[in-house]
Design a protein around this ligand. Sequence first.
Ligand code: HSE
Length: 428
Amino acid sequence: MTTPLRLGIAGLGTVGVGVVKIVQQHADLLEKRAGRPVVITAVSARSKDKDRGVDLSKYAWETDPVQLAQRDDVDVFVEVMGGHEGPAKDATAAAIEAGKDVVSANKALLAIHGQSLAEAAETAGRVIRFEAAVAGGIPVVKALTEGLAANEISRVIGVMNGSCNYILTRMESAGLSYEAVFDEANNLGYLEADPELDVGGIDAGHKLALLASIAFGTQVDFDAVELEGIGAVTIEDIHQAADMGYKIKLLGVAQMTGRGLEQRMSPCLVPDTSPLGQLEGGTNMVVLEGDAVSQVVLRGPGAGEGPTASAVMGDVMDIARGIRISTFGQPANTLRKARAARAAIPAPYYLRLQLLDKPGALAKVAHALGEAGISIDRMRQYGHLDTAAPVLIVTHKTTRAALEEALEAFHTTGVVSGDPVAIRIEEL
Ligand code: HSE
């Protein structure tokens, strides 16, 4: 019999239990495909007594994940605990030091400490794999590191937080406010324990930073991700963007520009007929663009027991088969530090403003845009609400700086009521 690959699983929440189920239910399939048995030898979690609906009696139990990581009968340390400091970080470092390979679902840990962990692993001749950290069950890390390895990647773009996509699509379908759907999603258990990780764009920002590192051969730099959450998205904008042929998505975009690496996670408009525009509910979608392949669209479940465990086990199977790929697709010591682009490349913008019902009001707004060098592509005015009329403007491509100049000038026209809304339109 060939040597089994022995897993130590740290964390028995949704994902850990999903991994245990796959190993137990698919033992034969895994062995046939890997050419060797894949077994669990030890597990650890906070509470031993909790009934998790799976039989753990044949596995050694460790209370401390660091002890688990150091066990002689563990070849691969599977980290599905979460948290970017404390036990997850300590145990991952301990596993590498003890000569184990690591499979992690921990986006925060890798987005913040990925470079140093990858360097340590590669110095020790070990691998860290993290398919489950990005977009749940979608094999996007594999697609970038393997399938598209011969492409120069120009852009990575996607919806990588299912909870936000659920909130935005539910607001539109039910005509509900952000606050109402947020509460609904929270009550349904769709949001992280700290919901700001989801709605603040942080969780998706971690994922984008990881993909950007692989795509552009750069050191992962989460701090350089320009982050804006969905808390300010209103039902009015969802409806009126729809009227102009767009959907609002929490969109991640990473691209290498002449001015440096651009990484943004923010609400953007996308054409409603595009694959991203048609993405409903908690599903994720990642679009990869490369010089040889053109465009690849990957769509699938971004969270949940089965999908995330599937991604963990994909990495485990690579290790079982002897496939050893650098954490970020090339040796960690060859990843360069990217200069962060200070400004996003020009794009069209959607503007919504309340225009007072006065002669020449529209002309003043058009003048302010013209003075800032911004050309109008399309415009629509709705019926007056008392003294003001909602006006929607879609601009031609412009810079954020020019847009800020125009928004500033709107205030001095005396015809714009309140604060105008400006949302970037991402071209696909
Ligand atoms: N909370 C995430 C989401 C899943 O809603 O997509 C884990 O990253």
